[in-house]
Design a protein around this ligand. Structure first.
Ligand code: GUN
Length: 299
């Protein structure tokens, strides 16, 4: 029997513990955690994600601020806003939704966020702490942290002896995911678009993590029987079976077929997605605790 991970349920239990930690922070620190989310442009999917992040921040009891900037926003104006948010004592976490419009320099924007407030874990200070195995003082990128929490629920915290394959090498996901797996003692392969015999490499995986951004690319015969499959993709595709012009979300894994071979698998939607938002809330409480000089909660 294949286990289908219920990411919504796991995320709900993480959120419950975040609310408890936040109440304690408010009682001792005397203020709420503050999260500022910055979005540039009109991309509907990005607006949907940002809306969900803001709603969850409010549900957790945080101060939630959204800065919606027009598509034509200049690099200088965006950097000025980040400087202001870095200074504001009521804001403990800052997230700039990616991707940014093409005329903006994303890397410079990410590095302009104070590392203490970088709840996306993308600043070189946080990425460097993760790369050197310091998981205790930095902030970790939310989607990989969420994927690791799901894996810990299946395999426990120690992945010794397990082969993990990550497809995708982005700074946002693939690289930090590889580091987290390595830190948990897995034997890690990071595969990407230039990898030879991708299917063959995936077939050796006890843990297969797909983050390629191509709908249903991972096929059933790529799956090692009994493997744990974590699907990080969110792709909107046509769904004529649901009516003319209808669409649906699918992952990077051909779920229906792969679920027959995998031992454990995450669905899309309802797998890793809800965990990303939960870990963003966790990072916000962690960041606020650190900035207030309080002990760092563990989720
Ligand atoms: N766009 C898609 N996923 C993410 C994320 O985790 N953080 C940010 N900032 N942008 C994203």
């Amino acid at each position: 029997m294949t286990t289908i991970i219920d990411g919504k349920a796991v995320a709900a239990s993480v959120i419950a513990s975040i609310k408890v930690a936040h109440e304690a922070l408010e009682a001792v620190g005397g203020l709420k955690a503050g999260l500022a989310v910055v979005i540039v442009g009109d991309d509907p999917a990005s607006h949907a994600y940002v809306g969900a992040k803001g709603r969850m921040a409010k549900e957790c009891g945080f101060v939630s601020v959204q800065h919606t900037l027009p598509e034509q926003t200049s690099q200088k104006a965006l950097l000025a806003l980040l400087e202001e948010l870095n200074r504001q004592e009521t804001i403990h976490g800052i997230l700039v939704q990616l991707p940014l419009p093409g005329h903006l320099n994303s890397e410079q924007v990410i590095q302009a966020i104070s590392p203490e407030k970088d709840v996306d874990g993308l600043h070189v200070v946080n990425a460097g702490k993760l790369a050197t195995g310091d998981l205790a003082t930095g902030l970790i990128s939310c989607t990989p942290a969420g994927a690791m929490a799901l894996l810990a629920g299946i395999h426990g915290p120690d992945l010794s002896g397990l082969n993990a394959v990550v497809i995708g090498r982005s700074n946002l996901f693939g690289k930090p995911m590889g580091q987290l797996l390595l830190n948990a003692n897995a034997t890690v392969t990071i595969a990407h678009s230039r990898t030879k015999d991708l299917a063959g490499i995936c077939r050796k995986a006890d843990i297969l993590v797909a983050a390629v951004g191509r709908a249903e690319m991972v096929k059933q015969d790529w799956i090692n029987p009994g493997a744990t499959v974590i699907d990080v993709g969110i792709n909107r595709v046509a769904a004529p079976e649901r009516g003319e012009g209808k669409t649906k979300l699918v992952g990077d894994v051909d779920f229906g077929a792969c679920a027959e071979t995998a031992g454990v698998i995450t669905p899309v939607p309802g797998g890793v997605g809800p965990m990303t938002i939960a870990m963003l809330m966790a990072n916000t409480v962690i960041a606020a605790s650190q900035q207030l000089g309080l002990p760092r909660p563990v989720f």
